[in-house]
Ligand binder design. Structure first.
Ligand code: ADP
Ligand code: MG
Length: 356
């Protein structure tokens, strides 16, 4: 399959460059709807980062992390150690020794085994801090990126691990100014929690990587030979969601593909609501189980018949959690709004709500 080139995200790139050009003071949370291109954006950005900075990119997506050992294994690039040979006296020569592709926190295997036997997460943080400091002093400002951070949101290691991690990030940024820290997530309930977290107040900033705006979408499609009519149609149905635009680029019959995508999304939503109506469902919020009210869900979705986005306080909490967790709605706590995860989702919601 043909690889589609990265389409520039000028505004977001500028914002991150400005952050990287200054000394680290805040944690940056990069958030946005699913498939808006956060990972792609960050990876592209990493490619353009000058040699004076050293990026550690850790993606927790698809990693099965249910305990401390698994978290530590993902955090550190232990598996790669054999491939790269032993990194002796890692503190001094490390900057020159590491291959370009190295992305986890480097650690020799035997040190890893002894250091983390005790299962004390603070040891791991002390180690990471030491490594980052070595890079810093070696003239390579470290940048730590953790993608899909919510994966460990509920993990308990003698208390919630995420709080320890936040504390550690605050230390690296606000206190020591040692490393830039970017935490990326598609999970808007996680971001909502982060947003209301007292310990992070004044210690972090939020960067939204949303679907492309209209001009960016048009420019992207223009580059792939779309006519003006096709561009209008694509924007009307798919908005600026990169994954859907890629589908359209790859197909011969764009009109038919749009219809198919919408039919599919509407069908999924119908099935989802039918199942809820007939079988009911429950959700856990703050460790309590709640029944889902079908009527409340319909009531919430009907708000989108006339609006593209709504005030985030206008839906009851249970329905909000349920619809966000099921990737139907996206919540943006920084702007105080809720909207469907994509333009296609909005149209599917409208289509299905017409007949309910
Ligand atoms: N700026 C872009 N230019 C080209 N393709 C993109 C761009 N952003 C995202 N994509 C494509 O869209 C898909 C979803 O992007 P991804 O970064 O995985 O989303 P997210 O991390 O926000 O869930 C990927 O297949 C990616 O290649
Ligand atoms: Mg991603």
């Amino acid at each position: 399959m043909r690889k589609i080139e990265f389409h520039d995200r000028e505004k977001e790139t500028k914002e991150i460059r400005a952050i990287l050009d200054n000394r680290p003071t805040l944690i940056t949370f990069v958030y946005g709807p699913i498939n808006s291109g956060k990972t792609e954006f960050i990876n592209n950005l990493i490619k353009g980062i000058p040699e004076t900075q050293k990026v550690f990119y850790i993606n927790l997506r698809g990693r099965f992390i249910s305990n401390y050992d698994e978290f530590i294994k993902v955090l550190f690039d232990v598996e790669h150690e054999a491939r790269y040979g032993r990194i002796k006296e890692f503190l001094k020569p490390i900057v020159n020794v590491l291959p370009e592709s190295y992305s986890g926190i480097p650690i020799p295997k035997d040190m890893f085994l002894t250091l983390f036997k005790e299962k004390d997460v603070e040891d791991a943080f002390v180690y990471i801090e030491t490594v980052l400091r070595a890079f810093c002093e070696g003239g390579h400002a470290p940048v730590l990126v953790i993608d899909e951070l919510q994966v460990i949101g509920d993990l308990k290691v003698d208390g919630l691990l995420i709080y320890k991690l936040f504390n550690f990030f605050i230390r690296l940024t606000k206190e020591l100014h040692l490393a830039h820290v970017f935490a990326v997530t598609s999970d808007s309930l996680f971001i909502e929690n982060v947003y209301s977290e007292a310990m992070l107040e004044g210690r972090c900033r939020y960067l939204l990587v949303d679907d492309f705006d209209e001009a960016t979408t048009a420019a992207f499609l223009e580059g792939h030979g779309f006519t003006d009519d096709e561009k209008v149609l694509a924007w009307e149905y798919c908005g600026g969601k990169p994954v859907y635009l890629l589908e359209l680029i790859r197909t011969d019959n764009r009109g038919r593909e749009i219809e198919r995508l919408l039919r599919m999304r509407a069908g999924e939503l119908k099935t989802f609501l039918k199942t809820l109506k007939e079988l009911g469902d429950k959700i856990t919020v703050k460790e309590e189980r709640y029944d889902i009210s079908y009527e409340n869900i319909i009531c919430a979705l009907k708000m989108f018949l006339d609006e593209e986005e709504i005030d985030m306080w206008s839906i009851d909490e249970i329905s909000k959690h349920y619809l966000v967790r099921n990737n139907i709605l996206f919540l943006d706590p920084d702007r105080g709004i809720i909207k469907p995860q994509s333009r296609l989702n909005l149209l599917a919601v409208r289509e299905v709500m017409k007949d309910v």
